[in-house]
Each structure stands twice: as structure tokens, then as C-alpha cells.
Design a protein around this ligand. Sequence first.
Ligand code: PHE
Length: 453
Amino acid sequence: MTDTKKSIHGEWSSRFAFILAATGSAVGLGNIWKFPYITGENGGGAFVLVYLLCVVFIGVPIMIAETMMGRRGRQSPINTMETLAAEAEADTNWHYLGWMGVAAGFLILSYYSVIAGWASAYVFKAFFGSFSGADAAEIKGLFDNFVASPVQLIFWHTLFMLATMLIVARGVKSGLERAVRFLMPGLFVLMILLVGYAMTTGAYDQGLKFLFNPDFSKITGDSVLTAMGHAFFTLSLGMGAIMVYGSYLPKDVSIAKTAFLIAGSDTVVALLAGIAIFPIVFANGLEVGSGPGLIFQTLPIAFGNMTGGWLFGILFFVMLVFAALTSSISLIEPAVAWLVENKGLSREQACVWSGLATWLLGLGTVFSFNIWSDFKVFDRSIFHLVDYLTANLMLPIGGFGIAMFAGWVMKQRHSEQELQMSSAEGYQLWKFLVCYIAPAAVFLVFLNVVGVI
Ligand code: PHE
């Protein structure tokens, strides 16, 4: 393969553009909506610690591997896997890893869009003053009434899917790059502001303790799996999103450094969200384990009762919607890239079909909060099932495959050439992590969950 090969879908204009896009993909609902609620459900500190360890020892090396493989393959994850397998003289069945990623992307986006729809609706609730002066019970009532209405949820889900597909249709540069430039810094500033509010609640210390004082008695095999799965989810790993973004990366960019930067900012945003939310939870006597509604039941209290809260509330939910958009476009990009490469569709056509399929799937999540709330498969609602299947199973399995491929299947000279790390030790360390630590960790967690160890 020549070094000059470019993706047919275009290329990022600079290293900075890639960092923005990949950070945009990583930072999203996972950090602000999901991290706090699963931390609440899984007992706090110990869960956070496991998650952080997974980010460092599994997430970062796999992010380096995934970006590197994408850049070398230069195509949709399915075709990239096929090309790289051929290059390594390995079985081309490796491309099924790409297929699983595309499936995971569809499934995740189907519910992601519904939740992003909630955030969009909350922009308007904030604008019309629904939070102003409201107490915890009123805010909860507002949320419960909202999710009880399938019509409203479908409306917002539809709107969000349309926005996603419009951006994806415009392609790598004009669509994706521009969208992220201002949003990430803005979101960051607002998170700091919310932490400022949390400090005034009187339960700041209690919130911090909950987040950072590990109590290992609260952790089970399943919560370790959830923490590990979330490390994949929050860094957008294991399904080809980072791989496809890597395929648009110019040749001369240092992959390892960018991976650290992306994982670092992603983690900071998640921790800030936790630090902002839990003091509000404790100060208002709310339930830490109240589930997916957590941020919608807590942050509006802050906005309704702080000076300037009207404006900050609007800004916050606007930023959240944009953070979700920059993630959702990366969830569907692998599928769109494949449709363009293999089915001869235009980008626009590919967007219509994949958007429609995801939209339909999303109805399952919409209904699991209202008319189908009693319908359970394996004791889980459709939303919980899709979330478990993707974050806890498909992404770790995908990540395991990527680590194994980069570590064991790819020829050393190829990965070395592609990564061009400045130090030989750095490369060795990465190699050790993808060959042994990351796959072994995923494997052990799975064994533990199925009860073998
Ligand atoms: N990382 C995104 C978030 O935290 C979600 C995501 C997962 C995006 C997988 C792409 C791929 O919100």
C-alpha cells in the first residue's frame, strides 16, 4: 500500500481538525447523560475508579490501534479490515469485525437519537421558563410527563435524526469539521459554571465523596463490565467510528499524542458532569440510582434556581444537543462510508437509507419509556437491552478484536511505520498493552460475568 493513498470520502484539513472531530465523537451524551446515571446506579467511587483504569489501560491503546488501522486502510471499517487482513496475509473474515461495528453503530444511534431528542426538547423547556423556581418534585413531574408521551418523543427523535443525516450528507469537511469548532470549548465553560453552582448547594463534599471515595463492597462483576463497556462507549471505541475518522487523517500526524489528548478531554468532561450533578442530587434528597432521567431531573433544578439560570439552561441544553450531534454523525459514518464504497450510492442516498433504518429502530426506545414500559426481554426494557447489548457486549468484543488484530495480526513493520512514534519504548509499551493487557482484561471481565471466575 502506498503512503499517498487517500480516502475517497475526503480528508481532514489538519491534525487539529481530526482532534476536534474525534473529540466531538467522544464527548457526548456518554459523558454528560450516561456517566452520571450509571455511576449513580453502580455505587459511585469504586465504579469511577474501574472506569478510569479502563480508559487508561484499555481505551487509550485501543484508540491508538483503531486510528492507526483506519489511516492505513483508508476506507469504511468493513473494507479497511478486509484490506488490512489481506495485507497481513490473514483471514479476510476479519471484515466481520467491521460488520459488527456497523450494527453496533445503528443500534447505539437508535437510542442515542431519542435521548438527544430529550435534550432538544429541554432547550425549549428552558426557553419557556419551565424550570424557573421549580423544586425537585416539580422538575421530576415535568420529566415524567414528558417521557410518558410517545408523540413528543417521536417528534424530537425525528428532528434529531434529520439533523444528523443532514450533516453527514454534507460530508467530512464541510459537514463534520465546522460543526465542532466552537461547541466543545463552549460546553466545557458551561460545565465549569455548573460545578460552581454545585459548590453552593451545601452538598458539594458529599457529592465529591460519592464520586471519588471507592467503596468496593458496592461493586459487582456486572458493574465492572458496565464500567469497562462505558470506557469503550465514551471514547467511541470498538465499532469503527474512530477507525473511519482515522481513515480521513493525513499521513503526517502523530496518532499516539492525539489519542491521549482526546481521551484526556473526554474524561475531564465526564468528571465535571459528575461533580456538577451529584451535589445537586444530594442537596435535594434525590435518588442517585434514578436511571436515565438523572440529568433531566437534577440540572433543571440548578437552572431554575441560580442567577442567570434561564440563559445558562438554554445554553447548556443547546451545547448538549450539539455534543450529541457530533457523536451521532460518527455513529453512522461507518455505515454511510460502506454504502458509498460498495453499493454505489451517493452520500445523500446512503444517508436517507441508514437514517430511516435507525429512526425505525429508535421507536423501540421511545416506547420503552411509555407504552411498552412493561415489556421486558431478559428482564430489560428495549432501551436497556439495546444499551446492554452494545455498550457491554458489542463494543468490548469489537475492541478485543481490534487489539488482537493490531497486536498479533498486523505486521510489526506496518504498525511501526504507521504510528511513527518518537520513542521505541513508547511503541513497545503500546504493543504490550494491545497484545496482552487490553485483550486479557476484556476476556477476564467476560469470564467473570458469565460466572467462570
Ligand atoms: N462517545 C459517544 C458519547 O460518549 C458515543 C459514541 C459511542 C459515539 C460509540 C461513537 C461511537 O456520547
